[in-house]
Design a protein around this ligand. Structure first.
Ligand code: ZN
Ligand code: ZN
Length: 161
């Protein structure tokens, strides 16, 4: 699909990976993907030459045939693993790399899904209190590139907002 180095990882940076290529990218509506991703669907992509470059995912055996990989520190979904591990598509450092090309398991699709694009959109400056909240946020999310050292745990405050 492309010849650039593909890297990604979880939100906290404890688990990082690289891949040599990306293949089929899907959106899966099955109930297990909804639950595993805590979302309306599971976005997954085939990855060739996948290597864990920092840490490794923990797993939950979600069925007799599949285990779900996730970061044991922050919980970010990472893989759908049936012997071959597909990658959670939003975890790439460049999430534009693999736009979905197919929808699978539509039987469990939530009734709201096909209407999402019709929802009203709140503009960024619509509510001053929210803009103020957003302006004052300091991110502890791992940046969208590899790092030699990532002291997220040291930077984290005692209590979260
Ligand atoms: Zn993590
Ligand atoms: Zn699924």
């Amino acid at each position: 699909m492309n010849d650039q180095t593909i890297t990604g990882g979880c939100q906290c940076g404890a688990v990082r990976y690289s891949a040599e290529s990306l293949g089929r990218a899907s959106i899966c509506h099955c109930r297990m993907c909804q639950k595993a991703f805590g979302s309306f669907f599971g976005p997954l992509v085939h990855a060739g030459g996948l290597k864990w470059t920092r840490g490794a995912p923990k797993h939950f055996q979600s069925s007799n045939k599949v285990k779900r990989g996730f970061c044991g520190e922050c919980g970010t979904p990472q893989t759908y693993d049936y012997g071959t591990a597909e990658i959670a598509n939003g975890t790439h450092d460049n999430p534009e790399l693999a736009p979905p090309t197919i929808v699978v398991n539509p039987a469990d699709k939530l009734s709201c899904f096909d209407k999402l694009h019709t929802l009203p959109v709140r503009k960024a400056d619509a509510e001053p209190s929210i803009a103020e909240f957003m302006n004052d946020i300091t991110s502890y999310q791992h940046p969208d590139h590899d790092t030699d050292h990532w002291p997220a745990a040291e930077k984290r405050p005692e209590t979260e907002k």
